[in-house]
Write a protein that binds this ligand. Structure first.
Ligand code: HEC
Ligand code: HEC
Length: 454
């Protein structure tokens, strides 16, 4: 009895002590210290609440960056390539016929229906907006409704320059308004987008001919070889435009969702999400920031990069680095989407799960629930039975085990880094041979249903 009372007294004493210590701790939080990126305002005095608020701010800032931040890359896409002039056309201060909304949609550009001005939306619905008139592309650009593209207008309304954003390649729309027009789906790869064909419209390709040391027809040949849903994020490092059998070296646009918990990113594991964001913002989008990776000094593996010093990029002011933390946070917060109801057979998927984790040995590499290995998730080409062209282009010369959730968003354009397997069946058939699995037809079909369910 006394013991119990003593215990209560001791516990009570510590509780009171903690209660008093609390405000002191909170005061420490409010003491002046550099604000981490993504925070603003004072501490609430409750650190749990500070974390909560910080997380919310990081998501909002990161989303803004992902959707709308050009990092100053209009100096490249607009001022140098003059891509905006080809989009505007001669009638609006540019060159040529201009890019009509119909043509833009055909090239896979997407329109954010929530940004389309109401009268334009009504006009489209009523069939009164001429989708063959480039003036309407300009109207959409000015409304900031073209996903991943920002136009900068002059006082007279002509487009002066343009820049691109992450969302260009890594967002699509749900087609809820019309095909290609709808609400944004951040992180879903835009497998309709023909990046190469769009870039090839640019009136001035000299930045590419200079960088790669080839003539303009060659640059155009490379850009137009990619096709929809593909891009080559390493061409400016090694100058390799074609792989085995003269296949374009471009990769399919990957998912930028479901990446939390995954250690390495890109098909060949160049680094973390934030490593890659700095890489892309500076070296692909041509934003004005700071980027450092001494691996890119290797003249044998990365001759183009070594020649132009892409291993150490320094711009003042640095428009990229202050955005990285929140951008990283936002990307990690994007969940993998669930496949639509009815798009797979539930019972077969259940049986397929057992095949995945058992007879087919998939889970040795695709470890659930991440579906990649915790740790260093990298494999030599021969382990998965393919050529090493793309892996050899990366610093670690390996392929990373792709996380498999939301596979249904990647069926268009195919699976594996270059989309070589056009269907789920083709992937399973590949593993059947490469890993000598000896699965029967039923097991293969069940496995396919399981992949569709992820
Ligand atoms: C022009 C198209 C394009 C743009 C713009 C672009 N990316 Fe990518 N992104 C790609 C391609 C292609 C890859 C795959 C590269 C590879 O594996 O070699 C990739 C890979 C990634 C990955 C790795 C995904 C994984 O599977 O691990 C992330 C994350 C990512 N991008 C985020 C971004 C962010 C953030 C931005 C903006 C700063 C951005 N990307 C801009 C085309 C693009
Ligand atoms: C040795 C490790 C390993 C095993 C075992 C393995 N995978 Fe993979 N998987 C990988 C790697 C690495 C990639 C990336 C290949 C590429 O992009 O070229 C990949 C890619 C995939 C993809 C393509 C994802 C995409 O978006 O392109 C699918 C689907 C897939 N694996 C399913 C399976 C199935 C099903 C099994 C079992 C039959 C399996 N994997 C067994 C390592 C493995």
């Amino acid at each position: 009895m006394y013991r119990k009372l003593l215990l209560v007294a001791i516990v009570g004493f510590f509780a009171i002590l903690l209660w008093f210590a609390g405000p002191t701790e909170a005061q420490r939080q409010t003491s002046p210290s550099p604000q981490p990126v993504g925070t603003s305002g004072r501490s609430t005095g409750n650190f749990d609440q500070d974390i909560q608020r910080h997380a919310q701010q990081m998501i909002e800032e990161g989303r803004k960056t992902f959707r709308f931040e050009t990092f100053g890359d209009e100096a490249f896409w607009g001022d140098q390539l003059k891509l905006h002039q080809a989009i505007a056309g001669a009638k609006f201060g540019g060159v040529g016929a201009g890019l009509s909304p119909a043509k833009a949609l055909e090239l896979g550009l997407k329109v954010d229906s929530e940004m389309v001005p109401a009268e334009v939306a009504a006009g489209i619905k009523a069939g009164k907006v001429d989708l063959n008139d480039p003036a309407n592309t300009i109207a959409l650009l000015k409304a900031n409704a073209v996903v991943g593209v920002t136009a900068f207008a002059e006082a007279n309304g002509n487009v002066r320059s343009m820049g691109i954003q992450c969302a260009l390649c890594h967002s699509t729309v749900d087609d809820s308004f019309a095909p290609g027009i709808g609400r944004r789906l951040d992180g879903w790869p835009n497998r309709d987008l023909n990046v190469g064909a769009i870039v090839a419209l640019a009136p001035n390709l000299k930045p590419f001919t200079d960088m790669l040391g080839v003539d303009e027809p060659t640059v155009k040949k490379v850009l137009t070889s990619w096709g929809p849903g593909k891009y080559d994020a390493e061409l400016d490092k090694d100058g390799k435009a074609f792989g085995p059998d003269n296949r374009p070296a471009a990769t399919v646009l990957p998912a930028a969702f479901g990446l939390a918990g995954v250690n390495l990113h890109t098909y060949s594991g160049w680094g973390s999400v934030t490593y890659w964001n700095a890489y892309v913002a500076n070296t692909q989008m041509h934003g004005k920031g700071v980027f450092f990776d001494p691996r890119l000094k290797d003249k044998a593996q990365f001759p183009v990069s070594a020649k132009h010093g892409f291993d150490n990029i320094r711009n003042t002011p640095d428009l990229v680095t202050p955005k990285l933390a929140a951008l990283h946070f936002y990307q990690l917060s994007i969940p993998a989407p669930k496949p639509p109801a009815g798009s797979f057979d539930q019972a077969a998927a259940g049986r397929g799960e057992a095949v995945f984790n058992g007879a087919a040995k998939c889970s040795t590499c695709h470890v659930p629930p991440l579906f990649t290995e915790p740790g260093w998730s990298m494999h030599e080409a021969k382990e998965i039975g393919i050529d090493d062209f793309q892996s050899a282009r990366s610093p670690d010369k390996r392929y990373r085990t792709t996380p498999l959730r939301g596979l249904f968003t990647r069926e268009k354009g195919g699976f594996y880094h270059d989309g070589r397997f056009k269907t789920f069946d083709a992937v399973v058939e590949h593993y059947e041979k490469a890993l000598s699995l000896k699965l029967n037809d039923q097991q293969k079909q069940d496995l396919v249903q399981y992949l569709k369910s992820l």
